[in-house]
Ligand binder design. Structure first.
Ligand code: KIV
Length: 271
């Protein structure tokens, strides 16, 4: 399969040009150097250092516990690996809700210490001030609407958002606001496909869906889910491209058996 490589390095402007000419945007999560190197070589347009690292890398139940220092550690590992992709970093919970000064301080640390290219924040009108302050410092911001996992205790469940008219109307209003104040793209998580289509057609900035249907301008998945490293997560929107949990487990079982049977190392595998 050939990968479109018109852009040497992906910028926020490149993403907007892709939307303008109808080219879909691919985005995956990355948390470490080795995986980011593979994903970048595979031609993915955007790497998201998601706060899903809290679940995937650290085993927490939610994204809330991950710290700013931990996000910076993950982001700097990813940035060192990347030659082409745009690297976007989630602002962790507690660093932008209610304080735009805190949002800017966290963003400055992320940008200076990791070398990432942009940040992402969850929410609409409620976090407008934080987004505006970060944008005014010259840092590109990606929005995130629909199911926003940092608010899981408010929602109480990870089911599809904005099925009701009132919530759908608020989402459209928030999406327009994020575009107006200067966000370069918006993630739409777990919303009806019809609503994903409406928002994508209304905005000129790209929408990136995860469970947002086939009409969003791009798609994002958690890498460990699409590669089948995680096993017990089966949302409808997830397409698994590999079953690495079982493949890696098989390799480990074989290695262990080889060590115990003294098959490994053999004469050629020693000095
Ligand atoms: O943290 C994350 O991985 C995300 C994606 C699910 C969009 O925000």
């Amino acid at each position: 399969m050939s990968v479109h490589k018109e852009f040497k390095k992906i910028t926020t402007h490149a993403l907007q040009a892709m939307k303008a000419r109808g080219e879909r945007i691919s985005m995956l999560t990355a948390y470490d150097y080795s995986m980011a190197k593979i994903l970048d070589a595979g031609g993915v347009d955007v790497l998201l250092v998601g706060d899903s690292a809290s679940n995937v890398m650290a085993g927490h139940e939610t994204t809330l516990p991950i710290t700013l220092d931990q996000m910076i550690y993950h982001a700097s590992s990813v940035v060192r690996a990347v030659e082409r992709a745009l690297v976007v970093v989630d602002l962790p919970f507690g660093h932008y809700q209610g304080s735009s000064r805190k949002a800017l301080a966290a963003t400055v640390r992320i940008m200076k210490e990791s070398g990432a290219h942009a940040v992402k924040m969850e929410g609409g009108e409620e976090i407008r001030e934080s987004i505006e302050r970060v944008l005014s410092a010259g840092v590109p911001v990606m929005g995130h609407l629909g199911l926003t996992p940092q608010s899981i205790y408010k929602f109480g469940t990870y089911t599809v958002r904005a099925k009701e008219e009132m919530e759908a109307k608020k989402l459209v209003k928030d999406a327009k606001l994020l575009e107006k104040i200067g966000c370069f793209a918006i993630v739409l998580e777990k919303i009806p496909a019809k609503l994903g289509k409406k928002v994508s057609e209304t905005l000129t900035i790209p929408t990136i869906g995860i469970g947002g249907g086939k009409h969003t301008d791009g798609q994002v998945l958690v890498t460990h889910d699409m590669l089948g490293i995680t096993k017990d997560f089966h949302p409808r929107f997830l397409r698994r491209y590999l079953n690495l949990f079982d493949e890696i487990k098989g390799a480990v079982e074989q290695y262990s058996a080889d060590v115990k049977s003294r098959d490994f190392p053999n004469d050629k595998e020693q000095y």
